[in-house]
Design a protein around this ligand. Sequence first.
Ligand SMILES: Cc1cc2nc3c(=O)[nH]c(=O)nc-3n(C[C@H](O)[C@H](O)[C@H](O)COP(=O)(O)O)c2cc1C
Length: 180
Amino acid sequence: MTRVLAICGSLRGGSYNKAVLEAAAELAPETMAVEVFVPASVALFNEELEDAPPAAVKAMIDKAAAADAILLGNPEYNHSMTGVLKNALDWLSRPSAGQPLKDKPAMSVGASPGPVGTARAHAHLKVVAWTIGLRLWPGPEVLVGNCKDKIEDGRLTDEASRRFLAKSLRSFADWIERLD
Ligand SMILES: Cc1cc2nc3c(=O)[nH]c(=O)nc-3n(C[C@H](O)[C@H](O)[C@H](O)COP(=O)(O)O)c2cc1C
């Protein structure tokens, strides 16, 4: 079983990105167990806290270390990733945390009410992922644009988006199998 930690880059109760991660948990192949994680209690990164991280940070580090693969719910703020996601990645990138993301396969998904989805946030994530050693799945990104028409009451309802997400997750799982 591939244990997948799905880190959500939004803390909003009605987050569209969380809805996409929850759909991923539903639609993932049987070989994957997806846990959705919202880093709501994770403090802002501070180098002075690295050696004794707050409990919520330690819990996130432990979850990342236990995961075989990572899903990133990557919302777009001002044409980039959110501070919430970057903050989580900064904590998880550190040698003091054991670099639990290093060499792990990862896939980014994103939802935005705008027509181009989260393409620009994804482009920025690529730079960070490369820097911290996350192995980003090279397939076409799951970008749910115009998401207000596709997510209702916290559920991804758009059938085409669900089919594409399910297909992408199958390809992601196959790709993980082939990685050395
Ligand atoms: C500070 C801020 C900046 C934003 N910038 C963008 C943007 O550059 N591109 C975009 O598509 N949406 C942008 N949005 C709209 C978000 O995509 C929208 O709020 C979305 O619902 C956030 O994801 P969530 O539903 O998971 O919280 C922005 C929202 C905020 C609050």
